[in-house]
Design a protein around this ligand. Structure first.
Ligand code: NAP
Length: 503
C-alpha cells in the first residue's frame, strides 16, 4: 500500500509530534496541536507506505532531484507478527511465498530423482530450517531497501502517518495493540511465513491466490491441508483453468471443502482447534479439528488511520480503497494513490512498481506516460503453476460474443514428467483469440511447470498486439513446455481431441 503526495506548487509538510502528543493521538485525541518541541520538515514528495510501489516512486523521484521522505509502519498482525521495510511482497507475500513454494517443489523433485537413477534415502522436511533461511533472506531485503533509500538520500520514518490537512502529515504513536476475538484462534498469511515451527494439520479458509498458494506449499511440505471454499476458486480468473488448478492440488493430497463457510472456532483442552462450518447448500453443520486455521479471506487497506477526510481524499467506503483516476490522482489534485491502496488496481507488485516510477517521472516533469493496466501478466504459484495474461475465456465471450471468439487449446505432457511417471492430466494451455483473421490474441492461459517464466515472454507479444497467425509463425524451442504455446492448432470449436501426442 502506498500513497504519494506532493505539495501543490510548494512543499509537503511532515510534522513529528512530541512523544506525549503522539501517545495521546493513539488514544484517540488525534488532531491535537503539536507541541512547540515538534520537528517539522518540508518535502517535495512524501510517500506513505514503504511497499513496492511507494519505494519505487520515492527512489525514482529522489534520483530526479526531489527532496523525498518515506513514512512506513507495520501494524503487527493480531498474532503479533512484525516485519521490516518493503511491504507485503517482500515480507509476507511474493518473496517468502515463492521460496516456500520452491521448498515444496524440491520435495517433488526429490521423488522424481529416484526415477532418474539417484539413490535417495528417505528425506524429511524441517520447517524450522526452511523458515529461518527464508526469513534471513527477507531480512536481507529489508536491509537492502534501507540502504537504497539512504544512498538516494530519501528520509525514512518508521512511524504511522496521519493527515492533519491536505498539505500536512504527522506521525501517530505506534500503539501495537493486541486484538482479541476474531483472530484469536487463527493466523493469516502475515504470520504463516514467520512461524518458527510447522503449522501442522492446517485448515485454509478462502479460495483465492493467497489461500491456494499457501495450501499448495503446505501440502507439498507434507502437511495435512484442507481448503475451505465458500463459492468458487480463484474468482476473477478463467474458471476452466481454476478448476484444473484445484484438481491438480487435490491429486497431490490437498483436501477441499466446497460450498462451506466456518461459523465457529474454539480451542480444545489438548490445544487443537475445533472448527465448525456450515455447508451452504444443505445448511448442515459439520466439525473438524486442526492444529492451525489460516484465514486467507482477503485484505482491506489500512486507510482509516490516515485520516484522509482531513485532507479531503475520497475513498470507497466498502473497500476502504482510495478513489483515483488514470493519472493515479485522488480527489485532491496533489495527492496520489498507487498500488493495493488504490481502487480498481491489480494487487500486484510489478504494477505498483511501474505505476510508482511513472508517477515520479510525471511529478518531476520527465514524462507524461501513465500506467497501462491492460494485459498485465501474472502467475499463481500453486503446485502446478498457472500463468495468464489478458482476458479469460469468460471475459472474452462477454466482451466480444461467443461467435467472435476462437479458443485454441492443448493438453500436453512436460517432457520431465515422462521419466518421472508424473500424471500430467492438468497440464493445459489455452489461447483466447478474436475469430476474425488475423485473430488478435486476447488472452493466454498456461498451466504447467515454470508458468511465470513462460507467460512473461508471451506477455510481450500480446502487449504488442500479436495475432494467432504471428504466434503460429513463431518457432518453438524444443523440448520445452513453452513451445506448446506456439503449436496450438486445435480449436475448441472443432471439437477435436486437444491432447498433444509426439514431439
Ligand atoms: P481475495 O482475492 O480478496 O480473495 C478472498 C477469498 O476469501 C475469496 O476466495 C473469498 O471467497 C474468500 N472469503 C472471503 N470471506 C470469506 C468467508 N467469510 N468465508 C469463506 N471464504 C471467504 O484475497 P487474497 O487471496 O488475499 O488476494 C488478494 C490479492 O493479492 C489478489 O487480488 C491478488 O492479486 C494478490 N496476490 C497476488 C499473488 C501473486 O501475484 N502470485 C499472490 C497472492 C495474492 P468468495 O469468492 O466466495 O468471496
Amino acid at each position: 500500500m502506498a500513497a504519494a503526495l506532493r505539495g501543490a506548487g510548494g512543499r509537503f509538510r511532515w510534522r513529528t509530534w512530541a512523544a506525549a502528543a503522539a501517545a495521546a493521538a493513539a488514544g484517540g485525541v488525534r488532531g491535537a496541536a503539536p507541541s512547540a518541541a515538534t520537528g517539522r520538515q518540508d518535502y517535495d514528495l512524501l510517500v506513505i507506505g514503504g511497499g513496492s510501489g511507494g519505494l519505487a516512486c520515492a527512489k525514482e523521484a529522489a534520483q530526479l532531484g526531489k527532496k523525498v521522505a518515506v513514512v512506513d509502519y507495520v501494524e503487527p498482525s493480531p498474532r503479533g507478527t512484525r516485519w521490516g521495510l518493503g511491504g507485503t511482497c517482500v515480507n509476507v507475500g511474493c518473496i517468502p511465498k515463492k521460496l516456500m513454494h520452491q521448498a515444496a517443489l524440491l520435495g517433488g523433485m526429490i521423488r522424481d530423482a529416484t526415477h532418474y537413477g539417484w539413490a535417495i534415502q528417505p528425506v524429511l522436511h524441517d520447517w524450522g530450517t526452511m523458515a529461518e533461511a527464508v526469513q534471513n533472506h527477507v531480512k536481507s531485503l529489508n536491509w537492502g531497501h534501507r540502504v537504497q533509500l539512504q544512498d538516494r538520500k530519501v528520509k525514512y520514518f518508521n512511524v504511522k502517518a496521519s493527515f492533519v490537512n491536505e498539505h500536512t502529515v504527522c506521525s501517530v504513536a505506534k500503539d501495537g495493540k493486541e486484538i482479541e476475538g476474531a483472530l484469536e484462534y487463527g493466523i493469516t498469511s502475515d504470520d504463516i511465513f514467520w512461524l518458527k515451527e510447522s503449522p501442522g494439520k492446517t485448515l485454509v479458509v478462502g479460495a483465492s491466490y493467497v489461500a491456494l498458494e499457501c495450501a499448495g506449499f503446505l501440502t507439498g511440505l507434507g502437511l495435512d491441508t484442507t481448503v475451505m471454499i465458500r463459492s468458487i476458486p480463484l474468482r476473477g480468473f478463467d474458471q476452466q483453468m481454476s478448476s484444473l488448478v484445484t484438481e491438480y492440488m487435490a491429486s497431490q493430497g490437498t483436501r477441499f471443502l466446497r460450498g462451506c463457510t466456518p461459523s465457529r472456532v474454539r480451542r480444545l483442552p489438548d490445544g487443537q482447534l475445533q472448527v465448525t462450518w456450515e455447508d451452504l447448500t444443505s445448511g448442515k453443520e459439520d466439525v473438524g479439528t486442526f492444529n492451525t486455521v489460516l484465514w486467507a479471506i482477503g485484505r482491506i487497506p489500512e486507510t482509516r488511520s490516515l485520516n484522509l477526510e482531513k485532507a479531503g481524499v475520497n475513498i470507497n467506503p466498502n473497500s476502504q480503497k482510495i478513489l483515483v483516476d488514470a493519472q493515479e490522482t485522488t480527489s485532491v489534485p496533489h495527492i496520489y494513490a498507487i498500488g493495493d491502496v488504490a481502487e480498481g488496481r491489480p494487487e500486484l507488485t510489478p504494477t505498483a512498481i511501474m505505476a510508482g516510477k511513472l508517477l515520479a517521472r510525471r511529478l518531476c516533469g520527465q514524462s507524461s506516460d501513465v500506467m497501462d493496466y491492460d494485459n498485465v501478466p501474472t502467475t499463481v504459484f500453486t503446485p502446478l503453476e498457472y500463468g495468464c495474461v489478458g482476458l479469460s475465456e469468460e471475459e472474452a465471450v462477454a466482451r466480444h460474443g461467443e461467435e467472435h471468439v476462437e479458443v485454441y487449446h492443448a493438453y500436453y505432457k512436460p517432457l520431465e514428467f515422462t521419466v518421472a511417471q508424473r500424471d500430467a492430466s492438468q497440464c493445459y494451455i489455452k489461447m483466447v483469440c478474436l475469430r476474425k483473421p488475423p485473430q488478435l490474441v486476447l488472452g493466454l492461459h498456461f498451466l504447467g511447470p515454470n508458468a511465470g517464466e513462460v507467460t512473461q515472454g508471451f506477455a510481450l507479444g500480446i502487449k504488442c498486439g500479436a495475432s494467432y497467425v504471428q504466434l503460429m509463425q513463431t518457432v518453438g524451442i524444443h523440448p520445452t513446455c513453452a513451445e506448446e504455446v506456439a503449436k496450438l492448432r486445435i480449436s475448441k470449436r472443432s471439437g477435436l481431441d486437444p491432447t498433444v501426442t509426439g514431439c
